[in-house]
Write a new protein. Structure first.
Length: 378
């Protein structure tokens, strides 16, 4: 009887542990055989929730999703994509336009260094070539996104790269046209192209072995929010994340792919999205705490630096204000001096004129006197 009770308790304990992990345990059993990162430029939170996107919704329900992830507020395609692929901010990676050099190592370069094939399909017309490593395919910016995804699918089937990065821009073009209907249609079409990619992976029995990340790094709305979707091995299933930032994508992928994070990488891994075995949960929790502490120190250092810059700016403004006051004071003195000199000149001219008149009068009196004296007896 005691043996039966003990056995029952062990079974219940195992069942409870399995239920608590749910899809987590299933996801962690599969290894990542390939990675697809899809950057849909122009896709924002408002457009995503207002559009029919069954394929992205499917990936979000099967994996993890945050519909309101904090995107990068930058002014160029190059800067936003570099932020996503380097895990650093523009002032750190320095890649603001196509002519700039990249001063931070991209995730693609790190994957290539680990002897794994990398593919980038760039629909910007060549602006992102500096970020690439391995095979780089430039697509004309005027081409339809369907061509971009078809090129990626064909190249993937031909070379089977480990890491594929796809940049699409139809949503951005539609957004800039200020036509809401066209914008929503462009999102639906991109979702269809993503569905074609999923069908191809499913046909080759690779879908469940593929880590898929979909987002839009550059802010394209006043809310500065973009959707972030992750699905595949190493990710939890059916998890809705909140308060994420796209700066966290790089360290998260580095963690999942077993790549050592560089010292200049900002953000922290999205541990709430990562499937962790029960025996490793405590160690991962400690890693999360350490990451948060590190990020906290960085944030406060930036705050102190900004305060120093603010005080320095205030001092400069005070110095400029004082200098302007001195200039105005000097200008006032100068005006007074000019008026005084003008008055002095006028007075000197008046005195000179008076002397001239007196001299003229004296000459006239002397002339008449002499004339009277010498012409008296004529």
């Amino acid at each position: 009887m005691i043996v039966l009770i003990v056995g029952f308790l062990l079974v219940e304990s195992a069942t409870a542990q399995t239920e608590s992990t749910g899809q987590t345990a299933a996801s962690s059993d599969l290894s990542i055989e390939q990675v697809f990162v899809i950057s849909v430029d122009g896709l924002n939170y408002e457009g995503f929730i207002s559009t029919y996107t069954p394929n992205m919704d499917y990936l979000g329900s099967e994996g993890v999703i945050d519909k309101k992830s904090r995107s990068f507020t930058v002014n160029s395609i190059e800067a936003s994509e570099a932020c996503l692929l380097t895990g650093s901010f523009p002032e750190e990676h320095k890649f603001i336009s196509a002519g700039d050099s990249l001063e931070a190592e991209s995730l693609l370069e790190q994957v290539k260094k680990s002897d794994r094939k990398v593919l980038m399909v760039d629909a910007s017309g060549g602006k992102l070539e500096m970020l690439s490593a391995g095979t780089y395919i430039k697509v004309d910016a005027k081409q339809n996104d369907h061509q971009v995804f078809q090129t990626a699918i064909e190249q993937y089937n031909a070379e089977h790269p480990y890491f594929t990065y796809i940049y699409s821009n139809d949503c951005l073009d539609a957004l800039l046209s200020l036509n809401q209907k066209n914008y929503y249609q462009s999102i639906t079409k991109v979702d269809q192209y993503i569905g074609e990619l999923l069908d191809d992976l499913r046909k080759h029995d690779q879908l469940d072995k593929t880590l898929i990340v979909i987002t839009s790094p550059r802010s394209s709305s006043t809310s500065n929010f973009s959707p972030l979707i992750m699905r595949g091995p190493g990710c939890k299933s059916g998890v809705i994340m909140t308060d994420t930032m796209l700066i966290d994508v790089f360290p998260t992928l580095s963690y999942l792919l077993g790549i050592k994070t560089q010292f200049n990488v900002r953000g922290i891994p999205l541990y709430e999205a990562i499937a962790v075995e029960p025996r490793n949960q405590i160690s991962v929790l400690h890693m999360w705490i350490n990451s948060l502490k590190k990020e906290r120190i960085i944030t406060w250092n930036r705050y102190f630096q900004s305060q120093d810059e603010l005080y320095h700016t205030i001092k400069q403004l005070m110095a400029v204000k004082e200098e302007r006051e001195n200039i105005f004071h000097y200008a006032g003195q100068r005006e007074d001096t000019i008026v005084s000199l003008q008055n002095k000149i006028m007075m000197q001219r008046g005195v000179a004129g008076l002397i001239f008149l007196l001299m003229a009068a004296g000459y006239l009196v002397e002339y008449r006197w002499l004339k009277k004296k010498y012409l008296l007896f004529r």
